[in-house]
Design a protein around this ligand. Structure first.
Ligand SMILES: [Zn+2]
Length: 175
């Protein structure tokens, strides 16, 4: 039997398919609960079968891949960091991912405090004392890294799940 084993990521934007051809009646959008159903069952099984640390690594890595591919395929303003972030805010809103705000930025040091309100992944979830948005952390790392050519440490410091109303991310260049 053919197995899809690989040691390097093979994801390509074309794997998302031709949605307008494939879903002429249902269209490109669906219920947020369905997205969360997949995400949280996947997260649950990953933690159960591989442990928290490995599960978080997998989710972060997948988010990072997603951020890199979104940058390459959707973002058009690639010459200037401020213009890129402006476009990113619009893209995240248009795709109903969340409302991105830059709370603090040091463009020289490349340190940021970013917030995402109405976050697709966690907004409205029960409070559990965890910052669960590992996928989002990776997503932000992938986007910023693809733009700057640098690697970043992205850490969620507040989350709906830890009792805040927004997800807040601390971003700084990786050593
Ligand atoms: Zn969160």
């Amino acid at each position: 039997m053919f197995k899809e084993e690989r040691t390097e990521s093979m994801f390509d934007w074309s794997m998302l398919g031709d949605i307008s051809e494939g879903r002429p009646n249902l269209g490109p959008t669906m219920n947020v609960a369905v997205y969360r159903l997949m995400q949280f069952t996947l997260r649950d099984v990953l933690i159960r079968d591989y442990g928290v640390e490995a599960a978080e690594h997998i989710l972060y890595s997948a988010g990072e891949e997603a951020g890199r591919h979104l940058y390459r395929n959707v973002i058009t303003k690639k010459d200037d960091l401020t213009e890129f972030i402006g476009e990113l805010q619009q893209v995240l809103k248009d795709l109903s991912i969340g409302i991105l705000r830059v709370e603090a930025a040091d463009l020289k040091a490349l340190t940021f405090t970013l917030t995402v309100a109405e976050d697709l992944d966690c907004s409205g979830l029960p409070i559990c004392g965890e910052e669960i948005c590992k996928y989002d952390e990776g997503f932000i790392q992938g986007l910023l890294s693809e733009h700057t050519g640098r690697n970043f440490l992205v850490r969620e410091i507040d989350c709906w799940c830890s009792g805040d109303r927004v997800c807040r991310f601390d971003v700084k260049p990786a050593a």
